[in-house]
Ligand binder design. Structure first.
Ligand SMILES: Cc1cc2nc3c(=O)[nH]c(=O)nc-3n(C[C@H](O)[C@H](O)[C@H](O)COP(=O)(O)OP(=O)(O)OC[C@H]3O[C@@H](n4cnc5c(N)ncnc54)[C@H](O)[C@@H]3O)c2cc1C
Length: 323
């Protein structure tokens, strides 16, 4: 007897959970939670998929002193909690899930998490970007305690201290020049014998008496228990290792936007940042972006939050016109 096994399996398998939402926000950093706040106040009952880092990168830093409205600064994780609380007050719902795949080929857009599919009439993508790491021992443990990926954010904490900068591109030099406002001594460690950065930046860095270079070298370990005390450096030509004392380590070896799951479905630049216009629109109508997933220039809480608000406002208009 021929049995319809597929039909039997389908009827015995647990029904896949599905939920239809008007607006789905991917990411719970400053951009995502600001988008959620604006969408909630527009009565869209947005759902936010938090991803692995609730509060986003901002939650990784001890204190944020340049977000307006907090004259005495605010803890990074605390700011994330405040963003969340404010969005939830107006009806946003934060789910501790990660978007694993998306289908943006038609509306409603499909977003799959582990065990659930969201069907969204509009989408705000705010999945941010991750600074590239050295992936050496001590780096993760001492992040926020001397290891930093943001000079604008953390430079002030190194007033009159010695810092090491890793990198040889524009951002490594720009950030090093910025750090000369605070640090007494900046040592740029670069794995080659010449820099990739533009000529003007190179000249300014080389002429700055606070900046010195260690060439052909890589950092192989970050040393310290509660705070950074030094780095282990290896000369890539001789293989020789030595310990270099420092109070801080700034790593500028590029950022990677968290856009892998959108690959092939949205226009992106050559580095993988999602292309958008001033209205935070992407190449797919109804899909908006905000924050570091589309912005490789400003990379601040205030700018990301602003883009989140803008994206939600435009998504609200879109839904009014397309419902
Ligand atoms: C150590 C450090 C200190 C900093 N200090 C400051 C400072 O003092 N002042 C300042 O203005 N800026 C600071 N910044 C920069 C600031 O944190 C970022 O500019 C800002 O957080 C970017 O916001 P965003 O929402 O665009 O992205 P992110 O903050 O990167 O948030 C991305 C969000 O997306 C989520 N996500 C990722 N993938 C998925 C997925 N597949 N599904 C669902 N969710 C996903 C993540 O979990 C996260 O919640 C600092 C950054 C760092 C790393």
């Amino acid at each position: 007897m021929e049995l319809n096994l597929n039909a039997m399996r389908a009827s015995s398998a647990p029904a896949e959970k599905q939920e239809a939402v008007k607006l789905l926000v991917l990411g719970s950093g400053p951009a995502g939670l600001s988008a959620a706040l604006y969408a909630a106040r527009a009565e869209l009952n947005p759902v936010v998929l938090a991803g692995l880092q609730l509060g986003g990168q901002a939650a990784l830093t001890h204190t944020i002193e340049n977000y307006p409205g907090f004259p005495d600064g605010v803890g990074g994780p605390q700011l994330g909690e405040l963003f969340q609380k404010q969005a939830e007050r107006f009806g946003a719902r934060v789910e501790y899930e990660t978007a694993e795949s998306v289908d943006l080929s038609q509306r409603p857009f499909q977003v799959k998490t582990y065990g659930k599919t969201y069907l969204a009439d509009a989408l705000v993508i705010a999945t941010g970007a991750s600074p590239n790491h050295l992936n050496v021992p001590g780096e993760a443990e001492l992040t926020g305690r001397g290891v930093s990926y943001c000079a604008t954010c953390d430079g002030w904490f190194f007033k009159d201290k010695r810092v090491v900068v890793v990198g040889g591109g524009d951002s490594a030099l720009e950030e090093s020049l910025f750090l000369t406002r605070y640090a007494s001594e900046i040592t740029i460690i670069h794995r080659r014998d010449q820099l990739r950065a533009g000529a003007i930046l190179q000249r300014r860095a080389k002429e700055n008496p606070k900046i010195q270079f260690i060439w052909n070298s890589v950092v192989t370990e970050v040393l310290g228990s509660d705070a950074v005390q030094g780095v282990r450096i290896k000369d890539v030509q001789t293989g020789e290792e030595r310990i270099y004392p420092t109070d801080g380590l700034f790593i500028f070896i590029g950022h990677t936007p968290n856009t892998q799951i959108f690959s092939g479905q949205l226009d992106m630049d050559e580095r993988g940042y999602i292309r958008s216009n001033m209205l935070m629109e992407t190449s797919v109508p109804g899909v908006y972006v905000a924050g570091e997933v589309t912005d490789s220039t400003f990379r601040q809480v205030v700018t990301s939050a602003g883009m989140g608000a803008a994206a939600a406002i435009r998504a609200t208009h879109f839904l009014e016109e397309h419902s």
